[in-house]
Structures are given as C-alpha cells and as structure tokens.
Write a protein that binds this ligand. Structure first.
Ligand code: F6P
Length: 371
C-alpha cells in the first residue's frame, strides 16, 4: 500500500467508551492495521480512560501496545479487548473523598498530561454521544481527536448508521420470531422490551422485520387503548395471540418514561415492558408475558454488515488522520464516508422521523404504533 505520512504523528491512542456494541473489536483491528501501514504505533487505553487515570489498577499497565498480533482474529468478537466503562468521564471522575464517599473530580488536565507523558499524539475515541462529547471537550483543551461512532441505539445524527445497530436488530428480530411461536402456542400476548434509550430505532426496525402487531417507540407517545383495539380486532379475525415490541424509552401520552433504580441510587430506563404486559392483561383479560432483551442486544458476534461498517470506520479514521483531519468524527454517508466536526456530531441525538418511510410502512402493514 502506498501511504503519505504525516511526520508529526507517531503514536495513536485508542479508547472505547460507554456501553459496548458489536463491532468495537473490528474497528480496533482496522485502526491498528491501517496505522501500521502508515508506520504509526497504536496503544489501547484500558477501560475508557481508566488505563491512564488509574494505571495502578492494572498489573500489566493501563496501556496495551496494539501490535499486529494483538488484534489478530478479533473481527468477529463481541465486546472490546480494551474494556469500557460509562463511569470514567475524566471531567467528572469518581474519587473517594476524605469521608470515604465518592466525589466527582475534574481530572481532564491529568489525563492530557498522561497523553503527553506517554507521547500519544492523537486519540481515536470510539463511542456514542456520551463518549464523543467527552472527546470533543478534550479536543477543546488541546487534545487531537478522531471520533468513531458506536452505539446499538443508532441515535447519532450525522452518520447514516452506527455499528452495533444491525446486530442488535437482527438478534431482536430472531427473538421476536421465537416469541411469536410460543405466544401462538399459548394464545398469549407477548411483550418484548428492547434497548435504544430515547430513540425507537431498534424497536421499529426489529418490530417491522419481526411482523409485530404493535410497536411502541419514544417518538410516538402511546395510548394503550389503541393496542387493546388492535388485539381485539385480531381475536375477532381468529388470531388469539399478539406481539408488541416496546422500546425502553416509550411512554404513554398521559405519563412519563419508566425508570428503575439501581444500587447506588442511579436511575435507568427500564420496566416499561412489564408495565405494558400487566396493563394489557388487565384490559384484555388475556394472558400476557413480558421479555426484556436488555444487554443480550449488546453482546454476541457482529453481523457481516456491522463488521464491514466497523472495518470501514476504523480504516477511515486513520486515513482521515493521514489527510490531516482532527477533531472530527467518521460518518457513513453512503456510498462513502465523510468527516463531521465533533461539535456537530454530538449536538443532538437522532430520533426516528415521524414522516419516515419505515413509520409509513409500519402503518400501511397494519402495525399499531399506539397513536
Ligand atoms: O446506549 C446503549 C445502551 O445499551 C442503551 O440502549 C441502554 O439504555 C444503555 O446503554 C444501558 O446501559 P448500561 O450499560 O448502563 O446498562
């Protein structure tokens, strides 16, 4: 391969931040192999930034030298060989205070100093809107950054799609197929709750592909009576089972999103599937069961589509660095990729447009969207 080398660039730091998504390892592999072709070395930071901010935690060091051997055979693996965390924001880093309680401390200057100390010239940050916002703020403090969009939620605005989404949708669709079978056998209402935070991409795509009878997404607040009417109409037609896909961020017209409290008092989206199932059972008199797919959507082998997007993003990230791009994010702009300023990339999340073809298709196929 013929390469043009940016002389000032020698060492690339790579981090994965926030929730994992299938395809992270494929991105890391593509970054490393492409960088080696330019004569650059890559170093993976363990657990987002913890490898630099809390190196003592790692007996073999908080940085992993990403050689060609280190990234061999990982394209198809879920998770991330670097580890990740959604509690490692360097601007609000949890540290024990004098009273033993955790306090949030701004450790961004220390982090930037650690980059200099390790002679890391540029950061490839692979993350969703949270991790990319942090990377953007670090870039405003002088760190050179290249962002790569990751999330199963597909809610990053400037890219046509994020890697991880296709795998999540494929798995959710397979689960819906299975739940159709058991729902049919028992004449039950099956309710499937899927992740996606405040966007309904996973629910809508998997719901349409899995031929759900109802799909409830955050973008369309629902009236459960609509779903009940759909279920009753099906019964009249002789279909004594129904299946509803519910996004974790869905909410009723006269209500709020459903949250669960985790240990430590942290509140997270959750519980809506169970609520909907209980209410549907009460309103229809029909047995209902809820299934939460949750983190199953994040694990597992990336689909071929996600592997390809990941490998393309990883190679494009390094190609962009070679071309002099800094403080941008790689975005899919079919048939190619483009580089979007990080400021723009993290401005707002991408929701399902209500006038989109897929919403229209769902309605035309008779799927109840709760409105
Ligand atoms: O953003 C990815 C995602 O899986 C969301 O769909 C979900 O709401 C959240 O992360 C769950 O995060 P955690 O890893 O904290 O359970």
């Amino acid at each position: 391969m013929k390469t043009t080398v940016t002389p000032s660039l020698k060492n690339i730091a790579v981090m994965t931040g926030g929730g994992d998504a299938p395809g992270l390892n494929a991105v890391i592999r593509a970054v490393v192999i492409t960088a080696l072709n330019y004569g650059w070395q890559c170093y993976g930071i363990r657990d987002s930034y913890d490898g630099l901010l809390a190196p003592a935690r790692y007996p073999n060091g908080g940085l992993i030298h990403l050689t060609r051997e280190a990234v061999r055979g990982i394209t198809h693996l879920g998770g991330t060989i670097l580890g990740t965390t959604n509690k490692g924001n360097p601007f609000e880093y949890p540290m024990p205070g004098s009273d033993g309680q955790l306090q949030l401390k701004d450790r961004s200057d220390e982090l930037i100093a650690a980059f200099k100390q390790h002679q890391l010239d540029v950061l490839v940050a692979i993350g969703g809107d949270g991790a990319l916002s942090i990377a953007h703020t670090l870039s405003q403090k002088g760190l050179a950054v290249m962002g790569v969009p990751k999330t199963i939620d597909n809610d990053l605005a400037p890219t046509a799609v994020t890697f991880g989404f296709d795998t999540a949708v494929s798995f959710a669709t397979e689960c819906i197929d299975r739940l159709h079978a058991t729902g049919h056998a028992h004449s039950r209402i099956m309710v499937v709750e899927v992740m996606g935070r405040h966007a309904g991409w996973i629910a809508l795509h998997a719901g349409v592909a899995g031929t759900a009878d109802a799909i409830l997404i955050p973008e369309i607040p629902y009236d459960l009576n609509r779903v009940v009417a759909k279920i009753k109409a099906r019964r009249q037609e002789g279909h004594h089972f129904s299946l509803a896909v519910v996004a974790e961020g869905a909410r009723p017209t006269a209500g709020t999103v459903s949250m669960v409290e985790r240990p430590g008092g942290v509140k997270r989206l959750g519980g809506i599937g169970q609520k909907v199932a209980e209410e549907l059972q009460a309103l229809t008199g029909q047995d209902a069961r809820a299934v939460v797919l949750g983190h199953l959507l994040r694990g597992g082998t990336p689909t071929a589509f996600d592997r390809l997007i990941s490998l393309r993003f990883g190679a494009a990230a390094v190609r962009g660095l070679a071309a002099g791009h800094r403080n941008v994010m790689v975005a899919l702009d079919s048939p190619g990729v483009r580089y979007v300023p990080l400021a723009e990339a993290t401005k707002q999340i991408k929701l399902v447009p209500l006038d989109s073809d897929l919403i229209q298709t769902a309605r035309e196929l008779g799927i109840c969207l709760g409105d």
